[in-house]
Write a protein that binds this ligand. Structure first.
Ligand code: ZN
Length: 404
């Protein structure tokens, strides 16, 4: 099967898949930076080009290599978030297996196949740090998102902007979620509003700071490092350092038209019961007090909005200590918690016994709640150490890579 016959194949456009590669021949980390995984978010690409040009202009002795990659080229050519399907929602083992076998039904299947072609030679060599640059439809200070595994923290916490945890639990099939589950590092940066020129500046500053945090660059290689840190810090002053997603509002097709009330911005405080949007059934109220994240002011996508809550630094320190000491051996002794008989590293919690705190406790130990389990709470452990694996579904592509 090739591209679907009903629609003409989308034009991949003029943007090269690999924007540029910088490698001064010194050993070190592999950093891959992706821009425009959503085609209407080109700011990341401009920032990557800027950083690559800067490294070349001053001939910086970067350790390892930096690869700049275009995300959804076909959607980029049309200035849309995606052509057929959201490219950042289809990285599940099932989809990847189908795509690796050459069954490409949508423009985004083709995009995924091409991205895997770029990533695979790197993935098989060792750990890779993926930095994924996004922008938002609403006005927003810059912030980062990551799955809360310890190896992601040095990059995300190097930025003086809020870190949002837990989007990987509520959004299935994100590219970074998939790559992080294989054992790699993955941090996404939301730089600001799509067409705000400052978004490119914030992405540039974030990328430079993360290259230093990753050990690719030394601080002396970025003489204006303090200015980049100050630029980001000033943009997100007064925001909590770390937040956790508590609620995702999913827009079902029958809910449309879904229309956010005007004026909501990321990290804005909302009260339980406050009307935040209208859909087909009428006014939509906030289910719990917290901070609004990613309100949908665009036509595409089924994420209406998210509600987050601040997490204290002490909770982060505690969770790092618990995981470093391997105290997660205590997890099966929690009240109301039992091992999943079928799957290793999976636990089932009885909501009647375990109550509210159980989710927080699992988060401390580096577990994520799995979606799509109605009455039971199922938690699985995120791959804790950076010892990447190549899963079975990639086998057909690995063979192609070896052959040619
Ligand atoms: Zn995006």
């Amino acid at each position: 099967m090739t591209l679907s016959s009903s629609a003409p194949p989308a034009d991949p456009g003029a943007h090269p898949r690999v924007l540029g590669r910088y490698d001064s021949g010194r050993p070190g980390p592999t950093v891959v930076c992706i821009g425009a995984l959503h085609g209407n978010e080109p700011a990341g690409l401009s920032a990557i080009s800027r950083v690559l040009a800067r490294l070349r202009a001053t001939d910086v002795p970067l350790r390892g290599q930096l690869l700049g990659v275009s995300g959804n080229r076909r959607a980029l050519a049309q200035g849309r978030r995606f052509v057929d399907r959201d490219l950042n929602r289809q990285w599940t083992a099932e989809n990847i297996a189908r795509i690796a076998q050459g069954q490409l039904a949508t423009a985004e299947d083709q995009e995924t196949r091409e991205l895997l072609g770029v990533f695979l030679p790197l993935l098989r060599r060792g750990p890779v740090s993926f930095i994924d640059l996004h922008s938002t439809s609403s006005l927003s200070p810059p912030f980062s998102c990551m799955a809360d595994v310890l190896r992601n923290r040095p990059l995300a916490l190097a930025l003086p902007i809020p870190v949002v945890l837990g989007l990987d639990e509520v959004i299935e099939g994100s590219m970074l979620g998939y790559l992080c589950d294989l054992g790699h590092v993955g941090v996404a940066v939301e730089g600001g509003q799509h067409d705000d020129p400052r978004t490119i500046d914030f992405h540039e500053s974030a990328l430079l700071l993360m290259l230093v945090a990753a050990g690719s660059l030394e601080p002396r290689h970025v003489p204006d490092l303090a200015a980049h840190r100050a630029r980001l810090g000033a943009a997100s002053g007064g925001m909590p350092a770390v937040c956790e997603i508590r609620h995702r509002h999913v827009i079902q097709p029958e809910d449309e038209p879904f229309v956010m009330k005007p004026g909501f911005v990321n990290f804005q405080v909302v009260e339980r019961g406050q009307v935040i949007a209208d859909d087909r059934r009428g006014p939509l109220r906030v289910p719990e007090t917290g901070l609004v994240m990613l309100p949908r002011y665009q036509g595409q996508g089924d994420d209406g909005f998210f509600i987050a809550r601040p997490v204290t630094r002490n909770v982060l320190r505690l969770s790092a200590a618990l995981r470093t000491l391997r105290l997660d051996v205590l997890v099966p002794y929690l009240p109301g918690v039992s091992r999943d008989p079928q799957r290793p590293d999976h636990y089932i919690a009885d909501p009647a016994v375990a109550r509210v705190a159980v989710k927080q406790v699992f988060h401390l130990f580096g577990y994520r709640q799995e979606r799509a389990h109605a009455e039971r709470l199922v938690f699985s452990r995120r791959r804790p150490v950076a010892r990447p694996v190549l899963p079975a579904e990639l086998a057909p592509l690995l063979r192609e890579d070896e052959e040619g």
